[in-house]
Design a protein around this ligand. Structure first.
Ligand code: HEC
Length: 260
């Protein structure tokens, strides 16, 4: 098979995986062959492009697009050995990279990343879960130290330091869609922006505490005990919009605080 692929490299679609694999080895970016894919890293790549690409195009700031392309590359590297299962996402990441480097319209890229992220979520491959019930008080204390110097406190103004950053940090009400996505953003940081990665500086449980704290802090205090208590792993993947649809407007104030 391998020899065949080199003799007729252009005509054989079946050789694609092998050639990609080799290219990856050459670039030294692939996981070792036995390593399981890191699907959360892949999800983050789609998530980041979904959130940041449109903004860069609208701002006319193309300087961050190569950084986003690098995040898509790290998503490919995180797939490890190419199998039938990983190949689809490998191709999608490569295709998306080509499209953003050609500055294709944000709605095209947005639609593509939303679809791929939803596919990953539905497939049950995303594995990150809070290891214990998040400690919201601890999350608040950590946020004050690790995040507030750039983002300010929830419902508060941006700190003066924010004015000197490009792009500017959004205020602390920018929580992303789900705690899972926020956890990812805290873990991996921004693409060529001042937003740091906290993968090495905060343990995983601290990152979950902050993510859950920020989601709770968007809401006024819980005023009823008539609502169910959801598990942290379920809540991690539910947006406030999902909670609203299922439990009514404002239910998130309690659901985001009373967690089992
Ligand atoms: C050194 C300053 C700095 C620190 C510290 C920092 N951030 Fe950021 N953050 C930024 C900047 C600048 C951006 C905007 C650029 C970007 O999206 O990467 C940003 C973006 C974000 C976004 C994306 C918002 C959106 O709507 O797309 C989230 C969420 C976020 N930060 C959360 C956090 C959390 C939580 C912490 C603490 C664990 C934190 N940040 C620490 C500077 C910082």
């Amino acid at each position: 098979m391998a020899l065949f692929c080199f003799v007729v490299p252009l005509f054989s679609g079946g050789c694609r995986a092998l050639r990609r694999q080799l290219a990856g080895w050459v670039a030294g970016r692939r996981h070792s062959a036995g390593q399981a894919p890191d699907w959360d890293r892949v999800a983050f790549a789609f998530q980041l492009v979904r959130d940041e690409y449109g903004e860069s195009i609208e701002d006319g700031d193309f300087s961050r697009i190569p950084e986003m392309a690098a995040v898509l590359d790290s998503g490919r590297a995180a797939l490890g050995r190419l199998t039938r299962e990983t190949l689809r996402f490998d191709s999608a990441l490569e295709e998306m990279k080509g499209r953003i480097l050609r500055h294709e319209p944000p709605w095209v890229i947005g639609k593509m990343s939303v679809r791929l992220l939803a596919d990953l979520e539905k497939s049950g491959r995303l594995s990150r879960r809070p290891p214990a019930v998040p400690d919201l008080r601890r999350g608040g204390a950590l946020h004050a130290v690790a995040c507030a110097p750039c983002h300010g406190h929830p419902h508060g103004p941006l700190p003066p330091a924010a004015a000197h950053m490009t792009p500017r940090p959004p205020d602390a009400s920018a929580t992303l869609r789900t705690p899972y996505e926020l956890f990812n953003r805290i873990t991996y940081g921004g693409a060529g922006t001042p937003m740091p990665s906290f993968a090495d500086t905060l343990p995983e449980s601290d990152r979950w505490d902050i993510a859950f704290y920020l989601f709770a802090a968007q809401w006024p205090p819980c005023a009823t005990n008539a609502l169910p208590t959801l598990s942290a792993s379920e809540l991690a993947y539910l947006s406030d919009y999902n909670l609203w649809q299922r439990y009514g407007w404002g239910a998130a104030a309690c659901l985001r605080r009373n967690i089992r």
